[in-house]
Design a protein around this ligand. Structure first.
Ligand code: 3PG
Length: 440
């Protein structure tokens, strides 16, 4: 396990701190308004609040969408949302690293906070490169010299080697923000030190990602049982030579997912006792839910949910868990006729006393829909970064922090003079004691 420098390691008072956050939020494609500000809340209530309260001069960097995509916007509304959450003035600077941004940084006073322009307004931001290469780019060269510390709080972008994610760490003393710290601690628990039995519940539509995660957690003895739903379960059933029927097979073929079957067969050969598949499913027959045992398939109708018997079996296995990871809904939960599997399994996890981690856009949306969010032990702010971490991949943003510039200058240790003073007063006390004892 790698030990990172955190905010505990630095005295930030009156220091200029560049903080990379991830304010990237869902936006309404027509109005461009942020529709879910969960990430802004997370950074505001932890790292940014703490830095302001400790008297840092805070410079916030973030992205929102990508140029040319419907979710690309500037960060004005994010700044307003941040200001409301912090109940503290936050200034938006419509510049990233030129004179206006540089002056704004130089003029910052203790406890003040500014948000710079969307980092992805600058085309170099997403160009690939090592931390050394990225550190030579205009963003870093122009603003790093004006700062004392770099804090990376954007775990959800850690799978990108973007300039603002890896370029500062070779130049500035660097630390994890509180969100990054929390995410890495949780991941370490889940991947390196899970409480056994550790149960993974996996579904959703991204079957290729789910397969890569399955390989990693099974090959590395992370998961004791893998409960499958969604598209990935249909591929596993097909790999076991179950005939699902035209409706489902047409869909899998159209999505070009059948090429995953050989990899799934290999996993089944090695881990058939750990991989648990549905024994019954809910078919969508003209919008109606019709349950059928998988042994009674094929059907021309598509599978939209796991069935009642499967739910019972999964609930029983979950009751034996000491840790649970949830990634992806088990059926088409957006349709009320097919939400039974997802709703019941998610409720079971939320109501169990076992520690649970959940992540991914659809998982969070489903937990939100059933008001279960507060009952999950840890909800990751990340989508792609979490998926890559669960696959066992090294994340460039995390690696950059691991190898960040060593510095002791700003550490929160008592200054040497104070230490010397303590030793000096101790010697005087010993000396006085000696004199006292001679005089008695
Ligand atoms: C995310 O939402 O997963 C992060 O903000 C990263 O966004 P990206 O996929 O556009 O790099």
């Amino acid at each position: 396990m790698v030990h990172f420098k955190t905010l505990n390691d630095f005295n930030v008072k009156n220091k200029t701190v560049i903080v990379r956050v991830d304010f990237n939020s869902e936006v309404n494609p027509q109005t461009k308004q942020v529709t879910n500000s969960m990430r802004i809340h997370a950074h505001a209530q932890s790292t940014l609040k703490e830095l302001i309260e400790k008297g840092a001069k805070v410079v916030v960097l973030s992205h929102q969408g990508r140029i040319g995509e419907p979710d690309y916007t500037d960060l004005r509304q994010h700044t307003d949302i941040l200001e409301k959450i912090l109940q503290h003035p936050v200034k938006y600077i419509d510049d990233l690293f030129n004179e206006t941004a540089q002056n704004a940084i130089k003029q910052l006073q203790e406890g003040e906070i500014i948000v710079l322009k969307n980092v992805r307004s600058w085309s170099e931001e997403t160009k690939k490169g090592t931390p050394e290469q990225q550190s030579k780019t205009a963003l870093i060269q122009n603003i790093a010299p004006l700062a004392d510390i770099f804090v990376n709080d954007a775990f959800s972008v850690a799978h990108r080697d973007n300039v603002s994610m890896v370029g500062f760490t070779t130049i500035l003393p660097s630390a994890t923000g509180r969100i990054m710290e929390r995410e890495l601690t949780q991941l370490n628990t889940v991947l390196e030190n899970p409480q056994h039995p550790c149960i993974y519940v996996m579904g959703g539509a991204k079957a290729d990602d789910s397969l890569e995660i399955s390989k990693y957690i099974l090959n590395n003895n992370v998961a004791d049982k893998l409960l499958l739903g969604g598209i990935i379960s249909q591929l596993f059933m097909t790999a076991k030579d179950l005939k699902l029927g035209k409706g489902t097979m047409d869909f899998l073929e159209k999505k070009e997912l059948l090429n995953l079957i050989p990899g799934i067969k290999t996993l089944l050969e090695h881990y058939s006792d750990k991989i648990i598949l549905p024994t019954d499913v809910a078919l969508n027959i003209n919008g109606e839910r019709v349950e059928v045992l998988v042994n009674n398939l094929p059907s021309e109708h598509p599978i939209f949910d796991i069935g009642t018997k499967t739910v019972e079996k999964y609930v029983e296995i979950i009751s034996t868990a000491q840790s649970i990871v949830v990634s992806g809904p088990l059926g088409v939960y957006e349709n009320n006729n097919f939400c039974y599997g997802t709703k019941t399994i998610f409720e079971t996890i939320a109501n169990s006393k076992t520690s649970s981690l959940a992540g991914g856009g659809n998982t969070i949306a489903a937990l939100d829909k059933y008001n279960l969010t507060s009952k999950i032990s840890y909800i990751s702010t990340a989508g792609g970064a979490l998926v890559e971490a669960l696959m066992g991949k090294k994340l460039p943003g995390v690696v950059a922090l691991e190898t960040a510039t060593e510095t002791k200058i700003l550490h929160n240790k008592p200054p040497p003079t104070a230490k010397k003073k303590n030793i000096f007063s101790l010697l005087i006390r010993i000396f006085l004691k000696k004199i006292e004892s001679v005089h008695v």
